[in-house]
Design a protein around this ligand. Structure first.
Ligand SMILES: Nc1ncnc2c1ncn2[C@@H]1O[C@H](COP(=O)(O)OP(=O)(O)O)[C@@H](O)[C@H]1O
Ligand SMILES: N[C@@H](CC(=O)OP(=O)(O)O)C(=O)O
Length: 441
């Protein structure tokens, strides 16, 4: 069994849905995880924002244009009236549910319900499409087997038990279609795995079923050595270790959800990144083996807040960092980077939800300075910290306004904190230095 996940662009048009149909239409048993059609989740976020702002007319107008777009897709996707009708009925049901949610008081619960509709729509439309082409497929409702525990982590025991039962009851089927991103929480309410979470669904399911391979199909031919949206002449990396991929995903490489490799790493289940529009391209293989030396890729993560905590009480004292960490722990806010000196500790967070309360607590023990609009640029490669060329990297850093640096926390990663305004220039400079050295020297 394999898991094949297709992202928003791969199911984002009738043409691409046909490509996906051709890729999955083989006699191998597989679970196909689909994201929402590209743009839909953003539209649903806009619906939630309008509802929250009590702009019901705005919410209704967004819902109405969403409905028009999906009805247009239906016109092009199906030939037979029978399947067109099934799709229109489903779209109508979703639209009526959205309209009803728009009139209710908002809560996390209603917001998650709104967001879930994107993946429900794409999987239903695609399932009817396969049926029209007489492909032996079945829909597996993710909400029947995906669940998070009290800590917001996948409830692996529950997922394995329920998913296996459902698969056993549909044993004659070859292609199972399910929703990425959406899940239930420990209370049984609808929730999700955060933006981009369909990749994570694929590896959670893959680990639960001990599959042979998880494939992430997207709109680019694998993992590139730098962010192709910002840097020209990037190239595909044919191989990454789980550790390298995890660091890159965590530090912002958009192609993978940050938690994607966690479920499969210990089970040594390979993850292959492939291009839906170019299926013959080899893409990137992520597994436990290690290939190549030196810096393999660069990624950047925006929306970082840096907090400098200064206290003379740190000098020769112990227990100060514990107090600091306890505050972040209490507000369930993970720390990304950290550096210390005798009287100050600087650290970064990517989730400012509790920033005000955290600062309030920190001010009781130290003076603090906050810097917003920062980015972390991260250089990744197996054992780069010890690579003989890495020290030369510091030459180029003379030209970059580096606010913090993390070296040696992991042997595979060097992270720099910079102003977000300097990100493009930094990425391009590092790219030239690391990957096109002949042009620099
Ligand atoms: N290092 C990288 N390698 C490849 N793609 C990257 C990288 N960094 C950012 N991207 C962007 O990630 C996009 C694919 O990710 P995503 O939009 O989440 O796809 P999908 O909608 O298929 O899930 C690519 O189109 C590319 O612009
Ligand atoms: N639809 C969700 C989940 C997802 O994974 O999407 P994509 O595979 O297109 O990144 C989102 O937009 O966040």
């Amino acid at each position: 069994m394999k898991i094949l996940k297709f992202g928003g662009t791969s199911v984002g048009s009738v043409k691409n849905m046909s490509l996906v149909k051709d890729i999955i239409n083989t006699s191998e048993k597989k679970i196909v995880v689909l994201s929402a059609m590209s743009g839909t989740t953003n539209t649903l976020v806009a619906v939630n924002t309008a509802i929250k702002n009590n702009e019901i007319a705005v919410a209704e107008s967004i819902i109405s244009s969403l409905s028009d777009n999906y009805l247009k897709v239906t016109e092009q996707l199906y030939q037979k009236a029978e399947y067109k009708e099934l799709a229109i009925n489903y779209i109508t049901k979703v639209i009526m549910q959205l309209q009803s949610l728009a009139t209710k008081p908002t809560s996390n619960h209603t917001e998650y319900q709104v967001l879930a509709q994107g993946e429900l729509l794409s999987t239903h439309l695609f399932y009817y499409f396969l049926k029209e082409h007489q492909i032996n497929a079945a829909l597996l409702p993710a909400l029947d087997f995906m669940r998070l525990d009290h800590f917001g982590e996948p409830d692996n025991f529950y997922i394995k038990k329920n998913l296996s039962q459902i698969l056993d009851s549909k044993n004659e089927v070859e292609i199972y279609i399910t929703q990425g991103f959406i899940t239930r929480d420990y209370m049984g309410e609808i929730s999700n795995l955060q933006r981009g979470g369909s990749d994570y669904t694929a590896t959670i399911i893959g680990a639960a079923l001990d599959v042979e391979e998880v494939q992430i199909w997207t709109d680019i031919d694998g993992f590139h050595n730098n962010d192709p949206r910002f840097v020209a002449n990037t190239h595909t990396i044919s191989h990454l270790s789980f550790e390298e991929a995890a660091e890159l995903a965590y530090f912002g490489a958009k192609i993978l959800h940050p938690q994607t490799v966690i479920p499969v790493r210990n089970k040594n289940i390979p993850v292959r990144l492939k291009n839906t529009m170019q299926p013959e391209a080899p893409g990137t293989l992520i597994d436990s083996s290690i290939h190549g030396e030196g810096i393999k890729a660069i990624a950047a993560k925006d929306g970082i807040t840096a907090i400098k905590i200064k206290s003379a009480r740190m000098l020769l004292a112990h227990g100060f960092l514990k107090k600091v960490f306890d505050i972040f722990d209490y507000y369930q806010t993970p720390i990304d980077m950290i550096t210390t000196s005798e009287i100050a500790v600087s650290l970064t967070i990517d989730n400012p939800t509790h920033l005000e309360s955290i600062c309030h607590e920190l001010e009781k023990i130290a003076a603090i300075e906050i810097e917003t609009n920062r980015s972390i640029v991260c250089l990744v490669g197996h054992n780069i910290v010890n690579h003989h060329e890495t020290p030369n990297l510091f030459q180029i850093l003379q030209d970059v306004n580096v606010r913090m640096i993390s070296y040696g926390g992991s042997n595979n990663n060097i992270s720099l904190l910079i102003n977000t305004n300097d990100k493009l220039e930094t990425l391009r400079k590092l790219n030239r230095y690391v990957f096109e050295p002949a042009e620099v020297f």
